[in-house]
Write a protein that binds this ligand. Sequence first.
Ligand code: FAD
Ligand code: SIN
Length: 536
Amino acid sequence: MPKVVLAGSGIAGLFAALNCADAGWDVCVITKQSLEESSTNYAQGGIAGILDKTNSEGKEIHIKDTLDAGDGYCDEKVVREVVDEAGDRIRDLINIGVNFQTDVEGNYDLIKEGGHSQKIILHSKDSTGKEIETALLSKAINHPRIELLSNHLALDLILEDRNSVDKKIIGLWVYDIEKEVVETFSADAVILATGGGGQLFSRTTNPSVSTADGMAMANRAGAELRDMEFVQFHPTSAAVNSDRPFLISEAVRGFGGVLMTSIEFKDWKDQDDIKNPEEFSFTKKYSDLGSLATRDILARAIDQELNFSGEDYVLLITEHLDKIELQKRFPTINDFLLKYGITLGVDPIPVVPAAHYFVGGISVNRLGQVINKSNGNVINNLYAIGEVACTGMHGANRLASNSLLEAVVYSSRASLSLNENISKYNVETTNELPDWRADGLENLVEHYSLIDDLKTLKMTMTRDVGVVRSNKRLNRALRRVNLIEKEVNMVWLSSVPTRSLIELRNMVQISLIIINSALNRIKNIGLHYNEDNFNH
Ligand code: FAD
Ligand code: SIN
């Protein structure tokens, strides 16, 4: 049987794994940590899409909202196709066993988030991602054709001929984290579904596995990366002393939550009518949509207000809302906040922006096939799906809840493309795969310098390549990250790989690409804002 190796076990990887396995492929899913650890598992708000295929008006609104959020930079054809396919793919998820919230009459409880002008988001309260991940995983674990390998980290793709302009993938090297060895995996096709790279920044909503490995690996194999300067910062991560920034879903603002500075909050509390908080919100200065404006606008607005006030956070106000309903609707957020003495529907929540989503990524065509940067053709046998890929759907800024949707649509397309051609792969191959270069490498003894490099990298990316950029900041970041790259490469060439070394190398590589892309984008658009650009 032909074999497809999939890197990543979030929504994109697992959905494709199930489709390919059903069509007769032997599927091996390798994943870096535990099977469920992924951004998917933490998704809160939901998945956007019109279920009723005949609802053309609704679809047109979804298209317009996506194009508007993308600031005129989306590939409209891609947007139209994804929005059109949304109903079918969401129904696939439902058939797999995903339970979306319904109302008392049994209809799906559709909600609204920032940038949306209609209620089209399906959710499972505030743990939509966990619901999806759990349903997909339980199906994949029980599938006879799917092998799932946790604690396996995809390190590099193996090309049939490294020197040829036409490229063909024949396998990949995988670091077994428990055994601490690099293994060689042969594959008739490889699908990268390794997610984004929020960990490049010191403040991120992403889990520790999101270190942009897939993008770095694909780039080393000759893939084109695009739109890398568009890093989305979510405006509302809880500014409490937690191990990892915790997301306060945009759906809380969709429910009526309002953003204010501490002074605005005091002014609002001092007047009699508590029903009109939005009138007091700084967000109105930045967009007519106020607290429900798109993320690019809100993250910048918060950044600016914090610069003015010198404070560390702004406040998300919910006390004017029905406390019981709010806590029922957002149980995960409520439980989290309670640990910090904050009660949803009572206390203001301190929030700040955090790196959340990579809009850019590996450039793919409409089947999820990876584009070769040297000639614009596809790299044979290589696909990229989900957050690791860039399809053009999100333009310069992603609309809320469009990521899970895009992931599931492109996952389906990539697997269909493989399944339709399965007979071509059904021939015995005798490729001798080269082993990983292990000779002469020494065990890494001193780790402190790498830890320092990682801290500096994250701090530099946050301060100088964050929500508001300038030429000075970007150039400083370039100088610093170039130095870190030299250090890390020296260690890399002489050391037995470890998980942290592999990740740091990838993070440095992708940081440099982001910085250079940001320097090259001389017009402000969507998520990219450089105060030295003439049109700011
Ligand atoms: P992921 O779900 O991130 O999965 C990546 C997988 O790859 C993981 O299993 C990881 O361990 C593995 N991996 C990484 N590197 C390697 C490697 N080198 N080798 C092997 N495996 C590797 N989007 C929405 O549409 N709606 C929402 O409500 C929403 N809420 C969000 C809330 C949070 C807190 C976060 C962080 C994101 C949210 N997003 C949301 C974005 C969305 O969740 C992600 O973009 C989407 O889940 C990405 O899916 P994926 O399968 O591409 O990647
Ligand atoms: C959220 O719940 O605010 C996140 C939604 C998303 O990233 O699309």
